[in-house]
Ligand binder design. Structure first.
Ligand SMILES: [Zn+2]
Ligand SMILES: [Zn+2]
Length: 658
């Protein structure tokens, strides 16, 4: 009998089972359930894998129909929009070759090989053409070809980049997607037709090396984004606009916080304003260290290569390090503090009673980053961390991790960040035995549970030397950043042969905990600038108070043409009689009764008495209200004036619990 009579069982998410002939498509199932679902369905998930709605189902499986409410469906929508963009480009600019076009966070890009870069007006034309392609409502079809045939197909189309993908990414059979006359090598899935694409926007063009390798040709990358509704798109674009306004590179220049110079690539120079903020951050962290029992140390900048060989950095981290040779010896600038702290701990004999030892270090670190990867303060070659290493007994791990977590939460709470904690467990490729890993992971869990804070688990994401906890914060624009980390390490104490004498007089290896709270201070500063829009909390503001002098002559003298000092005072007199130790001549500077001379003397009422101190313009009511609602919204120029009024009441930075 033919295959059509074979029946398959499809289990839907609600647990119901549908028995249908093999070869039925997910779309047909959706139609069977209801026309509304058939219209709303974007893509199907079969046994956990996303497939096109038009894919014939061949065997018993779990089937879910995803609609626009599903984040995975948004991913598919964006990929299909990327295809429509590539089709538009090839229609408008024949001869342009297509590279790759993946979905990225918040959108997509597509790479094109074209000698001339796309201009802004090109981008507009492409956008119009994409809208036309959506209007055409082309069916998006998947086709599977043997690899050789697919390669021949793309050779005929003269698409070298697609040949590369067909040979490297495809298996024996290669899938291609067609919409109208346009074809792309693609693993899919896609929305059923271009008419399903909705709200989109092409955002920018940038040069990008083919496969990210600077030895390859530079392609033109078009960035875009897409949503299921115009409203969501509008919201996202407003957020992008806000992010552009808050870009720390832009604000850093405007507020004279930092600058970069080609003489020290990707290494920030902090100006007095920026240095003031960074130093206050360090002071704050130091204060926390006092209450959480850390001891600060200072360590060298340059070490003999033998240290890095011993720590394993020479072997595994070499490409990110700066080397130098002096007196025929090879030296390296430190990219991390850990090895020097191991040297310090390894110096004397430690009793179990001396542990834990918590060593903190603000030492400057240098890491080589590819110039293409560096950006503002977020990725630099020279930076300092609020770094620390804890050496403790295995029994102390849980308490130490709980302490680290408590300190980190206290610190982030101050900046108003929403915190997410992720516990990463043993990876496939790891050092040490399973018993140690079992214990380490349960210690971390116990620590987190003792604090009652929710956490996620990322199975297999731990470092090769131990499990870790990462701390993520959400900034004012809803973007997530990883800041803190707390990692257990059983390998480095081994490499440095660290030991302590336990209660039973036996030598044992301590556990080493690497932990950072704000992480790189440079990067944190960048995040903080964008989080606050440059209006730092009072305690961090480089300029907390500014005294503004009213340089105009006193009210009554303004129109008199009276001679005034550059400060606006009548010549030869202090504006404030008490400064002269005498009352001002009520007749005014001219010796004439001012009332008779046609100008009014300053009123000596309550108002003026109160102003017998440098005058500050009281912010207008609207400005005050804006400031109360959220400091960051206030125009920076008004800050100082408004802050003066707030000095007494502004919530001071809380001191650490002792
Ligand atoms: Zn694709
Ligand atoms: Zn470390």
């Amino acid at each position: 009998m033919s295959q059509a009579t074979t029946e398959i069982r499809l289990t839907l998410p609600d647990g119901s089972v549908r028995v249908v002939p093999a070869g039925t498509t997910a779309l047909q199932i959706a139609e069977g359930i209801g026309p509304r679902l058939a219209k709303a369905a974007v893509v199907a998930r079969v046994d956990g894998e996303l497939v096109d709605l038009a894919t014939p189902l061949r065997g018993d499986s779990r089937l879910a129909l995803l609609t626009d409410r599903d984040p995975e469906a948004l991913h598919v929508l964006r990929h299909s929009t990327a295809h429509a963009t590539a089709q538009a480009v090839q229609e408008l600019f024949p001869g342009t070759k297509i590279g790759q076009g993946p979905v990225i966070e918040n959108g997509f890009y597509y790479d094109f090989d074209r000698d001339e870069p796309f201009s802004d007006s090109d981008l507009e034309a492409i956008e119009t053409r994409v809208a036309e392609i959506i209007e055409r409502d082309l069916t998006i079809e998947r086709e599977e070809l043997p690899r050789d045939e697919a390669v021949r197909f793309f050779e005929k189309e003269d698409e070298p980049y697609k040949i590369y993908f067909a040979t490297t990414k495809g298996g024996e059979t290669v899938s291609i997607y067609r919409q109208g006359a346009w074809t792309d090598f693609c693993l899919g899935p896609h929305v059923p037709s271009t008419g399903r694409l909705a709200a989109f926007k092409l955002l920018s063009v940038a040069g990008a090396y083919w496969l990210g390798d600077e030895k390859n040709k530079m392609l033109q990358r078009i960035y875009g984004t897409a949503f299921f509704s115009k409203k969501e798109l509008k919201k996202h674009l407003a957020l992008l606009e806000e992010a552009r306004k808050r870009d720390h590179r832009k604000l850093g220049k405007e507020l004279r916080l930092f600058s970069f110079h080609p003489e020290a690539p990707a290494s920030p120079f902090f100006h007095p304003n920026g240095a003031a903020v960074v130093n206050r951050l360090v002071d704050f962290v130091r204060e926390l260290y006092g209450s959480y029992g850390y001891k600060e140390v200072l360590t060298p900048q340059i070490f003999d290569a033998s240290l890095w060989k011993r720590s394993g950095h020479y072997e595994h981290y070499r490409d990110n390090m700066f080397f130098t040779e002096v007196d025929g010896r090879e030296y390296a600038v430190k990219p991390m503090n850990c090895p020097s702290h191991c040297l310090m701990f390894g110096e004397g004999r430690h009793s179990y009673r001396d542990l834990p030892v918590r060593l903190a270090d603000f030492g400057r670190l240098h890491r080589y980053e590819l110039s293409g990867a560096t950006a503002g303060l977020t990725r630099v070659r020279s930076f300092a961390q609020d770094d620390a290493h804890i050496f403790c007994t295995p029994d102390q791990v849980s308490d130490e991790v709980a302490g680290v977590t408590r300190m980190i939460l206290e610190c982030y709470g101050l900046f108003g960040f929403e915190v997410k904690i992720v516990l990463s467990t043993r990876p496939e490729d790891r050092a040490g035995d399973d018993a140690t890993w079992d214990r380490a992971e349960s210690d971390l869990r116990a620590a987190l549970e003792s604090l009652g804070h929710d956490y996620e688990v990322a199975e297999g994401d731990g470092a090769f030397y131990g499990p870790k906890i990462d701390f993520y914060v959400k900034d004012a624009l809803g973007r997530e950043h990883q800041l803190g980390t707390c990692q257990l390490d059983y390998v480095l104490p081994e490499r440095f042969e660290l030991r302590y004498i336990d209660a039973d007089d036996k030598e044992r290896r301590p556990v080493m905990i690497h932990r950072a709270m704000l992480g790189s201070l440079e990067r944190f500063f960048g995040i903080l600038i964008e989080h606050t829009g440059g209006a730092f909390p009072f305690w961090l503001a480089p300029e907390q108070v500014r005294v503004l002098l009213d340089r105009r002559p006193p009210r009554g003298l303004r129109r008199s043409g009276a001679r005034t000092t550059p400060g606006g005072r009548p010549a030869g007199r202090s504006r404030y009689p008490e400064h002269q130790g005498q009352r001002e001549d009520p007749r005014g500077p001219t010796g004439q009764n001012p009332r008779n001379a046609g100008h009014r003397r300053p009123r000596a009422g309550r108002r003026n008495r109160r102003r017998a101190s440098p005058r500050v313009r009281r912010p207008r009511r609207r400005e005050r209200r804006r400031f109360h609602r959220g400091g960051e919204k206030m125009d920076r120029r008004l800050q100082s004036a408004a802050l003066i009024r707030r000095v007494g009441t502004f919530e001071e930075r809380p001191t650490c619990p002792s």
